[in-house]
Structures are given as structure tokens and as C-alpha cells.
Design a protein around this ligand. Structure first.
Ligand code: ADP
Ligand code: MG
Length: 597
């Protein structure tokens, strides 16, 4: 057996496997180089998902012929001036991307240094490079890559369909573009334009909102809350969406650290913590958050693809994100996203077709079945409450107050014993009485909890609730926490609990239902969640039971009182599950419906 050094090209190929996992990773490296080169404009072309062809052209600093020849050598870099990995100011720093790509593909580099009057080109194919030769192009650099992985055919097998690979490429560019609104980006697939983002104008925050809006959609820009907070040298800015603008996965949550897009589990946990009160478990808000911190407080050199970071003090970063998000959300007051009324308008315009609304009842569509189920039970009128035809409209007397005084207007009617219709200065507001009341009770409950325990109300006769044994045990095991929330419950033999007091906030409740739901909750949540998270979930369940159910007749005073409380209660624009509590239709929109405009 002879021991030998691996050929440089072999070493490069191994490394390339780490850096260049798929076409999108090569595109990412090339675009990062353009950003590091100070480009103001970056144009990207791909074919076949980037597999047969990709090119990245920029108007950055460019390279001399010597630099051109050197840049494809392993560990050749113009960055990291003091070789200090604790202090990385650029996106690149390893000097590995170009040699890696050059070793597994056919690459052509054409560059003209800023201020020089000549351009040069060279090629590198499977690691073999040519000498630079004169070429033509304005200042900047174009790098073309053909037949990615031709030298490592095994890799090709792992590639997904063209569509999937194209999707990854788009995602990579979107992330980098979000972090750099001042740069013009375009992405073409053959003749087809996939992205075109003009350089955003204005100061950084305005430019960012413009760019983030261009990528996440106009609805996001309209319904975004600004975030701006700092703690111990770490500065967090960005935009987060109102809870009512939510998705079934977290794909539209973006985190940037010192201008670098990163994926970090920490973000998911922090977002969940901050939105816990506003969203069901399976719904996710949209956001783009930017952290600026001294480079020595974060380690970027964790993973070859540089998409993961390690914070020196993750608890500090998490705390900063949670509190900044909570603060921003608290400031939103009773605001619900405009998408809600847009959805309503869409539904009104197309009678009988509610497919466009994420809040329609029943399963399927854009809201998960579980949530739809929950929603349906809330909306089901309680049959025992009345036998009246449900289409009745309870018309109110002329309101004493002027509508203009109140953002949510003056109650005019209750329809179907479920919705309050209020008149505002310039439109109408429709409130889902159950969802709204549930939110109010929940907020009260949180306040009471924070003020050291909710007050209790004794039952005339203690109520025994029979459950299966495990469920009864689970409820009994949480007795002390539940007591703090105003629910006095204890074990009652095997398979039953006895309830002596209920939270005063809830008013009269169906004890049997409440305990069964709590038992389900506790089973579902398990021990995986922190105590705080569980507490929030339990309060939400309780709030739901104490709420004015759909199907209860309300008087004018009750309705107006509900509206007034909504106006002053934080977060009252959505129920505990992220559904809106009210919809506002402007007169102008109503007029459009009737063709008056
Ligand atoms: P790194 O980015 O880690 O330095 P790369 O292999 O990606 O390593 O690039 C090597 C060097 O090539 C860079 O440090 C830079 O000097 C030069 N370079 C690469 N792309 C460009 C570009 N688009 N414009 C100017 N210089 C570039
Ligand atoms: Mg690089």
C-alpha cells in the first residue's frame, strides 16, 4: 500500500460536494461574489434549472487578468484581509467557491477591472484552466457555468426536477435580494423573466419595505408592522405581518444576520413565542428580520454553505426577537389585515363561491382541516338557545352616538344571532361576536394571570366530570396551575375529577365541556411545551368556553360595549386562532359592488 496525496482536483471535488450541492448553491456563491464586489446591478440567467447553464453578470469592481487566473485557485481570496474568522465583513471568505465550481463544471470568467480599458476572459473545465485572453465587456464580471456536475456524474442523480431546481434558484436570489434592496436584480430562465427587482430608493428602512414588499407581495407591505429594537449592541429591524395574514408553513419567514440570509431554528422558536397568543399552532406569520451585530458575536464559519450561524449568546438574540415582535404586535391594537376585507369583497363579488376566502367554513382550502373544524364548532349556533328563524335582523333604534367617534362604529343590528353589523363614518363593520368576545376574555385572563391569579366563582353544587383514567390524571396533575387560572379542580377517584370553582371571568360555563377540552389540550400539548406556552393554550381554551357563543341574542348596549372594548383591547383584530374578529367594508367598496363607481 502506498500512501499518496490526493490530486488537487480530487480534493476540490470533495470540497465542491459540500459547497455546491445543487445548481442553486453555485448561483448563490456567484451572486454573493457580485455583492461583495460592490455591484449595483446583477443579472442572472439560468437554463434547465441551472444544470446545463447559468450566468451571473455584475457591474462590480472586476478583476485584472492576474486576479482572474488566481481566483479559481483553492483558498485564493481577496477577502478576510486580516485572516480573522471572528471578524467577517463579506459574504465570502473561504476562497473555495470558484475552484469548487471550476472543478465540476465548464466555467468561463470574463472580467474588466473598474477603470481599466480592457476585458479578459479565461475558462476552467473540470479543474483545467486556460490562460486569460483579451475579451470585450464593460467594467464588471460575468461568470458562466455550463454542464454543472459533468465531472461528478454521481451528483447529477441527486438533482430534482428542473422545476424544483429552478424554485431553489429563485429562492436563493430572493433571499439575497431582500438583504440588498439597493441592488438591481434580475433572473431569467431562457427568455422567461422569473424576477425583476429594481434598485429600491430612499433610506434603508423604506428601501427595505419596498424590496420586501416586491418579494412577499403587496399584501405584506400593506399589512406589515415595523420592528426596531436593540439590546447590548445587537440591532434588530425589519417587518412582520399582522397575524391575520398567515400561512400553513414558515417558508415566508426570513432572517438575515449582518446582510447574510440564514436559516436558524432559533427564529422559529422566537416567532412562535411572540405570536403564540395570536395564531393557531399550524399557522405561520410572514416576516423579514434583519439583525446587525458585531461580527465577533456570531460565528459564520459553521457550515460550508454559510447558511447557518452560531450566536455567541442565543438566549439574548431570542429574547430580543420575542420582545421586539410582541411590542410591534401590541402596537397593532385592533388592526386586522386588509386582506380580510379584500377576501370578503372577493366573496361578495362572486356569490356562491367562497373559495377565495381563507376563512370560509368547512375543510380544505387554504386553512387546515383542524382549524376549519374548530372554526365550525364556534360558528355552530347553540340549538337550545332559540328556535327563531336565523335570518332575522334585529334592527336597532337610531344610535345615540355618532359613528365617527368610534373606529369600529356604532352597532346597528345583529344578524343570524352571530354577527354584529356596525356603521362607521365611511363604511360598515361586521363583527363575529364569538371570535371577538373570545379574544377579549383571553386578554382579560392574561391580565388577571399576570396580576397574580384569576378570581374564582364557586359552583353551587360541585360538579363531577367523568373522563378516562389517563385524562383525569392529567387534569389533576395540573390542578395547581389551573387553580391559579381560577379553576378549582381535583381528582375524584379513578377516572373522574370534581370541579368546585370556575374562573369568574368566564361567567356561566358548561363545566363538562370545559374540562373535556382542557383534558384534550393537555394530552395534545404534552410536556413538549414550556409552562408558559401551555398556560397560554389553556387560557385560550378557557376563553373560548366563556365567550359569547354564536347564536346568542345581544342587545344594543351589549353590542356597543363589545365594540368599545375591542377598540381598547390589544390584539382584538384577530381571535386566538388568527382568524379575524371583524371585517370592515368601506362605502367606496360597497358602492363598487353596486356599480355606483
Ligand atoms: P471568496 O468569495 O470566499 O473570496 P470565491 O472563490 O468565491 O472565494 O472567489 C475568489 C475571489 O475571486 C474573490 O475573493 C474575489 O476576489 C474574486 N471574485 C470572484 N467573483 C468576483 C466578482 N464577481 N467580481 C470581482 N471579483 C470576484
Ligand atoms: Mg465567494
Amino acid at each position: 500500500m502506498t500512501i499518496r496525496l490526493l490530486a488537487a482536483t480530487t480534493v476540490n471535488r470533495i470540497a465542491a460536494g459540500e459547497v455546491v450541492e445543487r445548481p442553486a448553491s453555485a448561483i448563490k456563491e456567484l451572486v454573493e461574489n457580485s455583492i461583495d464586489a460592490g455591484a449595483k446591478r446583477i443579472d442572472i440567467h439560468i437554463r434547465d434549472g441551472g444544470r446545463s447553464y447559468m450566468s451571473v453578470a455584475d457591474d462590480g469592481s472586476g478583476m485584472t487578468p492576474d486576479e482572474l487566473s488566481l481566483c479559481v485557485e483553492r483558498h485564493a481570496t481577496s477577502k478576510l484581509p486580516d485572516e480573522d474568522l471572528q471578524n467577517i465583513q463579506t459574504l465570502g471568505f473561504r476562497g473555495e467557491a470558484l475552484p469548487s465550481i471550476g472543478s465540476i463544471a465548464r466555467m468561463t470568467l470574463t472580467s474588466r477591472e473598474e477603470g481599466s480599458d480592457a476585458a479578459w476572459a479565461m475558462t476552467i473545465e473540470g479543474g483545467a484552466k486556460s490562460d486569460p485572453a483579451p475579451a470585450a465587456r464593460p467594467a464588471g464580471t460575468t461568470i458562466e457555468v455550463r454542464d454543472l456536475f459533468f465531472a461528478t456524474p454521481a451528483r447529477l442523480k441527486f438533482l430534482k426536477t428542473e422545476r424544483t431546481e429552478t424554485g431553489h434558484a429563485v429562492d436563493v436570489i430572493k433571499r439575497l435580494a431582500m438583504a440588498h434592496p439597493e441592488i438591481h436584480f434580475s433572473l431569467m430562465d431562457g427568455e422567461r423573466s422569473l424576477l425583476k427587482l429594481g434598485a429600491a430608493q430612499g433610506d434603508l428602512l423604506d428601501a427595505r419595505l419596498e424590496r420586501v414588499g416586491a418579494i412577499l407581495g403587496g399584501a405584506f407591505a400593506e399589512n406589515a408592522l415595523a420592528v426596531d429594537a436593540a439590546r447590548e449592541g445587537i440591532h434588530l429591524t425589519g417587518y412582520i405581518g399582522l397575524p391575520t395574514l398567515n400561512r400553513g408553513n414558515a417558508a415566508l419567514q426570513f432572517l438575515f444576520v449582518n446582510g447574510r440570509p440564514v436559516r436558524d431554528r432559533l427564529l422559529f422558536g422566537a416567532v412562535r413565542g411572540a405570536y403564540r397568543d395570536f395564531l393557531a399552532h399550524d399557522r405561520h406569520p410572514l416576516m423579514a428580520l434583519f439583525i446587525k451585530m458585531p461580527p465577533e458575536l456570531v460565528d459564520i464559519n459553521v457550515h460550508p454553505a454559510k447558511t447557518e450561524v452560531r450566536f455567541r449568546d442565543p438566549g439574548l438574540v431570542r429574547g430580543l426577537i420575542v420582545s421586539a415582535l410582541k411590542h410591534a404586535l401590541a402596537g397593532a391594537g385592533h388592526r386586522a389585515s386588509t386582506t380580510v376585507s379584500n377576501d370578503a369583497m372577493g366573496a361578495l363579488r362572486a356569490p356562491g363561491n367562497f373559495a377565495g376566502s381563507p376563512y370560509r367554513r368547512g375543510g380544505g382550502g387554504s386553512i387546515s382541516t383542524g382549524l376549519a373544524e374548530t372554526a365550525r364548532t364556534y360558528h355552530a349556533p347553540l340549538s337550545e338557545l332559540d328556535g327563531q328563524p336565523t335570518a332575522r335582523v334585529e334592527a336597532m333604534d337610531e344610535p345615540q352616538m355618532a359613528a365617527g367617534d368610534w373606529p369600529l362604529g356604532v352597532a346597528r343590528a345583529q344578524v343570524h344571532e352571530t354577527y354584529i353589523v356596525a356603521q362607521t363614518d365611511d363604511g360598515i363593520v361586521i363583527v363575529d361576536q364569538h371570535a371577538a368576545h373570545e379574544r377579549l376574555v383571553y386578554e382579560d385572563m392574561k391580565k388577571a394571570l399576570a396580576a397574580n391569579g384569576a378570581s374564582r366563582q364557586g359552583l353551587l353544587i360541585p360538579e363531577v366530570v367523568e373522563l378516562d383514567e389517563a385524562a383525569a390524571e392529567r387534569v389533576a396533575a395540573h390542578a395547581s396551575q389551573l387553580l391559579e387560572m381560577g379553576l378549582n379542580v381535583e381528582a375524584f377517584g379513578a377516572g373522574a375529577v370534581v370541579v368546585r370553582e370556575t374562573p369568574a371571568l368566564l361567567g356561566e360555563v358548561n363545566v363538562q365541556d370545559l374540562i373535556r377540552n382542557l383534558a384534550d389540550d393537555l394530552a395534545e400539548l404534552g410536556e413538549a411545551l414550556s409552562f408558559e406556552d401551555r398556560l397560554a393554550d389553556i387560557s385560550a381554551t378557557m376563553a373560548c368556553h366563556g365567550s359569547v357563543r354564536a347564536g346568542r341574542r345581544l342587545g344594543a348596549e351589549e353590542m356597543n360595549a363589545l365594540l368599545r372594548r375591542m377598540e381598547i383591547t390589544p390584539n382584538s383584530g384577530q381571535c386566538n386562532h388568527g382568524r379575524p374578529t371583524y371585517v370592515e367594508l368601506k362605502l367606496a367598496d360597497i358602492e363598487k359592488l353596486f356599480g355606483r363607481r
